[in-house]
Design a binder for this molecule. Structure first.
Ligand SMILES: [Fe+2]
Ligand SMILES: [Fe+2]
Length: 307
């Protein structure tokens, strides 16, 4: 038993029917919150590789937080590990990613607190660009990626999206503004008859109902790590179709943004949150983080099926 490592791998599986006469199906794997650095072990990376080989995805969506802090891009050990993992993924299936807060901003665990503004070290974007080029992973910064009938839009949650009242934190007002601007310039234009998928790092439960996002069939996010909930409780809540956080720092008890799993929105679009591979210490303040000591690492498998 470990307080740090997930003790097993859970592959969460969902099917989304698609109104199309296609007889084939498409498998999308959601991988989130790798947090490569001191908190991620070989065991977790091993889970990831074994799980994905089993799933045999047609496409992999990386939900962000690939590394635990951009400062680790300067540490050869973690720099190499990041490249090795990303290469494995893109060799297995076409892999697209968005940036998570930990990929860009100095981690709260490294000489910083949440009461400070997010800081992006100089050269971070250039370093990531070189890594993505070398490994064949496609970064989506407010861009589309198309594979057959699947169209994926990667929403870039930049610095303004993660700064609130001069502190680090999700700023939904800024995100709404950014989405409206993207819609005005035609960047969010969905195509009827295609499966339009929106993905970004931090969940935006309230914003998915914006009229500008009406044409999307699915939304997926990471970032939550599921809040703090022991594995046994996960299994019980799963029976009701959802599993989620009991408590999260700054968000209180049962925060809606921490709910994992898949829910069906009133317009039939799917909202999926994957809790990813991350170690538990990332999700709560001591001693609450230990509530999570038996959490599983998680990969989400979505099958899009014609009906
Ligand atoms: Fe994360
Ligand atoms: Fe995150």
């Amino acid at each position: 038993m470990s307080f740090k490592d997930p003790s097993s791998l859970k592959i969460k599986e969902y099917t989304i029917p698609f109104l199309d006469d296609r007889s084939d199906e498409m498998v999308v794997a959601l991988v989130g919150d790798l947090h490569i650095g001191p908190i991620t072990s070989e065991k977790q990376i091993g889970f990831l590789k074994t799980g994905l080989k089993k799933i045999k995805p047609d496409v992999i969506l990386l939900q962000g937080d690939l590394i635990d802090s951009p400062e680790f891009l300067d540490e050869p050990k973690y720099f190499r590990k990041t490249k090795q993992v990303l290469k494995f993924l893109s060799e297995l299936a076409p892999t697209v990613t968005v940036f998570g807060n930990h990929d860009l901003f100095i981690s709260t665990r490294k000489n910083r607190t949440r009461s400070e503004k997010p800081i992006i070290p100089e050269g971070t974007f250039e370093k990531w660009e070189a890594i993505f080029k070398e490994t064949g992973v496609k970064l989506l910064k407010d861009e589309w990626f198309t594979l057959g009938d699947l169209r994926v839009f990667g929403f870039f949650q930049d610095k303004v999206c993660f700064e609130k009242d001069g502190k680090t934190g999700e700023n939904y007002q800024e995100m709404r503004k950014k989405l409206k601007k993207l819609a005005e310039t035609g960047k969010l234009e969905t195509k009827p008859g295609k499966f339009n998928w929106f993905f970004s790092h931090a969940p935006i439960h309230e914003l998915v109902k914006m009229k500008e996002l009406r044409g999307f069939e699915a939304f997926s996010f990471g970032h939550t790590h599921g809040g703090c909930v022991p594995r046994g409780v996960d299994a019980i809540v799963d029976k009701f179709g959802l599993h989620g956080g009991l408590i999260a720092p700054t968000k209180g008890f049962f925060p809606r943004e921490q709910i994992r799993g898949m829910e069906i929105l009133p317009n039939r679009a799917r909202l999926i949150v994957t809790s990813g591979l991350s170690g538990v210490t990332a999700t709560a303040l001591k001693p609450l983080q230990y509530l999570n000591f038996l959490k599983s690492a998680e990969i989400t498998k979505i099958t899009i099926k014609g009906i």
